[in-house]
Design a protein around this ligand. Structure first.
Ligand code: ZN
Length: 469
């Protein structure tokens, strides 16, 4: 729980290396707690205080990717469990609902609970909070806990500090835990467990780099091929590519050229993370005669799409085709990203490389339309845990929020078409599902839903009555 930052606090430096800190106590520096392995972290976040599965489990990977670069996965998993184990306990939801996604019980300056669109978004905010000015003058875990969960909020900081240390010690440092034991103490099946995530490799891991034929030194050269911190921007688009070959060959090729990608997807459906999501990959800066969808994004976000793109390079065995397994993995990855950055739910943010460079890359990423069709249809990979859009202006109070994304896949919350659609819903009391948008040129377009068709000529939007009776 937060208090206001003391005035005139220094900037926090990045977390130091965890070094040889084996046993954590309340006296351990909280910025040096370090990371546990991804599988350990996933299991810790999959715990549930009731028989229900943990809703956090589905986002465990995304949360890990947010916290790991900051060395906060052990602290994050421990404090989430202590603060919000009742997140999954139906009998004990006394403070606030799961819809806040407030896994770390962070408060606003006015004392109210913060609300997030996803647990991954909550992780981002919590990490900045913990490493930010509020705790800048503190060193140890015990000091952090005493301010984070003070007596004044009804906590016992001594117990909390011991509990936190115990939780953290249950999550071995990644460096001291080469492989987690096989599934033995797994929680009851959850949504995520019934639909297992694809195998994920990370190039930053030496063993994973070796699997794809790279020495640590070669790996270091590739992971430096990026726009660090995206020049302060965030992901606004997803770029789809094929490699014209295999991942190990592409990586070797990249050693000699200015190229990289956020992730690579192998024929077997596994993912290799290459460039962290917070950095821009060097994948698609080669803009040449862009198509209308790319043009719109370039106009809106800037001339270099690498700055604001997440990119996927799929193995294609020089066929320009991807497998069904790859399709499932790519759908999974896109949905993960859409959970972290809700603006990416707009299919106009998903591009094939051929749309950015129609001259030299006219055959790259041609599977884009098929992927978008599957995304809109909700299959064939499992639908993500639905994330309500908390702030959707003009929403009729009875509208089923869970259906919102399906109903408004292209919605611009302040757009004229969305406004007209909401007015139609309010008048008819029914929820139309989006079918297609057809551009008529000159800024005019037709939006076809299953129950109504809307015409937009720029200044005006009007509807044609029910197409079903
Ligand atoms: Zn490409």
């Amino acid at each position: 729980m937060s208090s206001m930052p003391p005035a005139d606090t220094p900037r926090i430096e990045p977390a130091p290396s965890p070094g040889t800190l084996s046993l954590v106590t309340p006296g351990t520096p909280f910025r040096a707690l370090g990371n546990t392995g991804r599988e350990r972290f996933r299991r810790a976040l999959s715990r549930s205080a009731s028989r229900r599965g943990s809703p956090v489990a589905a986002e465990a990977d995304a949360i890990y990717d947010v916290l790991a670069p900051r060395g906060l996965t052990r602290l994050g998993a421990a404090m989430a469990w202590i603060e919000r184990r009742n997140e999954t306990n139906d009998a004990d939801l006394v403070y606030y609902g799961r819809d806040l996604h407030n896994l770390w019980a962070v408060k606003r300056p006015d004392g109210g609970w913060r609300s997030y669109p996803s647990y991954a978004a909550a992780a981002r905010d919590w990490a900045e909070h913990v490493l930010g000015p509020v705790y800048a003058d503190l060193v140890t875990l015990g000091e952090l806990v005493a301010r984070y969960a003070p007596w004044s909020d009804g906590n016992n900081p001594t117990h909390y500090g011991e509990k936190a240390a115990r939780e953290i010690n249950a999550l071995p440092l990644q460096e001291e835990d080469p492989m987690p034991p096989p599934d033995q103490d797994l929680p009851p099946p959850t949504l995520a467990a019934r639909h297992p995530s694809p195998t994920v490799y990370d190039l930053r891991n030496d063993a994973h780099a070796a699997r794809f034929g790279l020495t640590p030194a070669e790996r270091d050269r590739i992971v430096a091929k990026k726009i660090a911190g995206r020049d302060g921007r965030r992901p606004e688009a997803i770029g789809l590519h094929v490699q014209w070959g295999h991942t190990s060959g592409s990586l070797r090729h990249w050693l000699g050229v200015e190229a990289s990608a956020t992730v690579m997807v192998q024929r077997d459906g596994s993912i290799l993370r290459v460039i962290p999501e917070g950095d821009g990959p060097w994948t698609q800066g080669d803009v040449k005669n862009p198509g209308p969808r790319a043009r719109a994004l370039l106009d809106r976000f800037g001339a270099d799409p690498n700055v604001y793109s997440l990119t996927i390079e799929a193995e294609d065995e020089r066929t320009e085709q991807i497998t069904e397994t790859q399709t499932r993995t790519i759908l999974w990855q896109i949905r993960e990203w859409q959970r972290s950055w809700p603006a990416l739910a707009d299919p106009e943010r998903i591009l094939g490389h051929y749309e950015i460079n129609s001259v030299d890359r006219a055959r790259c990423g041609r599977y884009r339309d098929a992927i978008v069709r599957e995304l809109l249809a909700g299959g064939p990979s499992p639908a993500p845990v639905s994330e309500p859009e908390p702030e959707f202006p003009g929403l009729p109070p009875w509208l089923p929020v869970d259906g919102l994304r399906a109903a408004f896949p292209l919605a611009d919350p302040r757009g004229a078409v969305t406004g007209a659609l909401i007015a139609w819903i309010a008048e008819h009391g029914r929820l139309p599902y989006f079918l297609e948008k057809r551009d008529l040129g000159g800024g005019r377009n037709v939006w076809r839903f299953d129950l109504v068709t809307l015409f937009n000529d720029g200044p005006r939007v009007w509807g044609e009555g029910d197409t079903l009776t």
